[in-house]
Design a protein around this ligand. Structure first.
Ligand code: HEM
Length: 143
């Protein structure tokens, strides 16, 4: 027998209209990255991102955790909310596990892209001692 069009119980509910353009992000991503900065020793890390959403709210919940590639020991973690705005931009509010030390960062840029099902990003930062330059690069796949 044919299922009724559009409403089988196993289908995920449609996202909130404000979130629909970003629905490709929803789910869990896992991958690897590398970090550097003029003042630190370069390092490699594993990373997991989770973007989740309830259709009643125009917002995506975001959590991230990272670990040392060599030992699996936890590194930086953060969580927050991605809030699409009517003009097409996204307001991102994030609390980071490193707290106070990051208050001293003067400027941070995060560039994300999803191409052929792979999410990649570059994080750049400037500190009181160093001009804007890369700190992190990573490539993740949806799992
Ligand atoms: C946007 C997010 C992040 C910001 C704003 C940030 C900021 C910073 C800052 C300000 C420093 C100190 C740089 C200096 O001393 O000149 C630093 C160092 C460091 N960061 Fe990040 N970070 C971020 C994400 C991460 C992530 C995701 C990881 C790991 C996967 C990480 C790993 C490290 C490590 C290992 C150091 C060196 C620490 C040390 O030598 O004691 N950071 N970060």
């Amino acid at each position: 027998m044919e299922a009724a069009a559009g409403a089988t119980p196993s289908q995920p509910p449609a996202p909130h209209p404000a979130v629909a353009p970003l629905a490709f992000l929803l789910g869990k991503w896992r991958g690897e990255g590398q970090g550097s900065f003029p003042t630190i020793t370069p390092f490699r890390y594993g990373e997991e991102l989770l973007f989740s959403h309830h259709p009643s709210k125009p917002v995506i919940s975001y959590t991230q955790r990272t670990w040392k590639a060599v030992s699996g020991e936890p590194m930086h973690a953060e969580s927050g909310y991605w809030r699409p705005r009517p003009d097409g931009s996204i307001e991102v509010v994030i609390a980071q596990s490193t707290g106070l030390s990051e208050v001293q960062v003067k400027q941070i840029t995060r560039d994300f892209q999803v191409v052929d099902g792979e999410l990649s990003y570059v994080v750049q930062m400037a500190t009181n001692a160093t001009s804007l330059q890369p700190h992190l690069k990573a490539l993740l796949k949806k799992i």
